[in-house]
Ligand binder design. Structure first.
Ligand code: TRH
Length: 361
């Protein structure tokens, strides 16, 4: 089938990151895919081979076009149009969809809340008569699942069998390899995270800590202290981001795509959820914590990180890293990763959904 995927960047990297990953996945499943994006320069940060000024480049089997060009594009006959995160299609394109046998999918944000299961796959009747459906990523079989490429976990295991110091030297350009007993942590967070609490907690551990901070100089609040070394590392292409996560014992991630990738890493992670008005994000965080079933000290730490609370951070992080909480957290991370990997991946699930809808027309 032919897919047109529309992406508007609201902020940061997640909108482009999720859409690019889905576009690649559908192309790898043998579909013909065009990705229309309003800020190609953001995608180029994740995909350095992309020339943000050129229109119509084909990378990894996906044709990448500028949003402005989509105004005059023809919707694919009997194809699928994906509107990511309710981004609203270009009006002329939307008008041209009528009568072409298109299926229209609204790909929603990832949420662990239980109402998602009831809304996944529901129709959304449209004035132009084009059949439109909600498609929700999620953590259960009653949702669209999470994006996962075939063989990802085997690739992870093979990588992790190699020397970690060597992997970090090549990938992150570190001046030297971390000591064998060091705790390696990746920090990818939003401004406003309780960094003072993080610094105090990490510096007070009874082992060396290497904190890898990708993409530019680390925030001023983060400086070496005690056994803590703060290491700036480059912003790696998205295709190599997993490898960075796989080098670390603990991953601080945020938003949507880096969360999912940290889950596939199968190691302890601290998620910073995207902030919303009136603290709506904290309810979403609780829904996720309920599904995650982390040991209590890890859950307390994740709450402190999101509130954000420096004092609670300095207290809860050492508790979560202390035995037996740490081993329990590691074990649960592996187990949830395996459980989630036992469910169909979002790319295949979306393709099957579209095929079924086309057959039942
Ligand atoms: O960047 P994010 O915070 O993105 C978002 C946006 O804020 C968006 O508006 C919001 O709706 C969404 O989150 C939920 O976080 P996310 O989703 O993790 O995206 C980051 C992307 O950047 C992800 O694809 C991984 C990639 N990345 C790299 O490729 N290399 C790197 O070195 C790093 C640190 C990240």
């Amino acid at each position: 089938m032919s897919f047109d995927l529309f992406c508007r960047v609201v902020d940061n990297f997640g909108d482009a990151g999720v859409c690019w990953r889905l576009a690649r996945r559908l192309a790898a499943l043998g579909q013909s895919v065009r990705l229309w994006i309003d800020r190609p320069e953001i995608l180029a940060r994740l995909l350095p081979a992309l020339d943000a000024r050129a229109d119509g480049q084909v990378l990894d089997g996906v044709r990448i076009g500028a949003w402005s060009a989509a105004e005059h594009a023809e919707p694919p006959r009997d194809g699928v149009v994906i509107e990511a995160f309710a981004c609203a299609l270009p009006p002329a394109y939307e008008a041209a969809m009528a009568g072409r046998g298109c299926l229209w999918i609204n790909l929603e944000y990832l949420s662990a809340e239980s109402w998602v299961e009831g809304c996944h796959g529901l129709p959304s009747p449209q004035a132009n008569g084009v059949p439109k459906f909600f498609f929700f990523p999620g953590f259960t079989r009653a949702t669209g699942g999470l994006l996962r490429e075939p063989g990802l976990l085997a690739r992870r295991d093979a990588e992790q069998a190699r020397d970690r110091g060597q992997r970090l030297l090549t990938l992150a350009g570190l001046p030297s390899a971390p000591p064998a007993d060091a705790l390696c942590a990746l920090l990818f967070c939003y401004p406003g995270a309780p960094l003072e609490g993080l610094r105090t907690a990490l510096a007070g551990l009874d082992r060396p800590v290497w904190l890898l901070v990708p993409g530019g100089p680390p925030p001023a609040a983060l400086r070496d202290l005690g056994g803590l070394r703060v290491m700036p590392v480059p912003f790696v292409p998205q295709a190599r981001f997993d490898e960075l996560l796989w080098c670390c014992d603990l991953n601080f991630v945020r938003g949507e795509d880096s969360l999912v990738r940290a889950l596939w890493a199968g190691a302890p992670l601290v998620w910073q959820i995207y902030r919303q008005e009136r603290d709506a994000h904290l309810d979403k965080l609780e829904a996720w914590l309920e599904r995650a079933r982390w040991p209590a000290p890890a859950a307390e730490l994740i709450r402190a990180w999101n509130r954000p609370d420096d004092e609670a951070m300095a207290r809860t992080l050492p508790a979560a890293l202390r035995e037996p909480a740490w081993s329990a957290w590691r074990a649960r991370s592996r187990a949830w990763c395996a459980e989630l990997a036992g469910q169909p991946d979002l790319g295949q699930d979306l393709l099957d959904f579209c095929l079924r809808r086309h057959q039942t027309r």
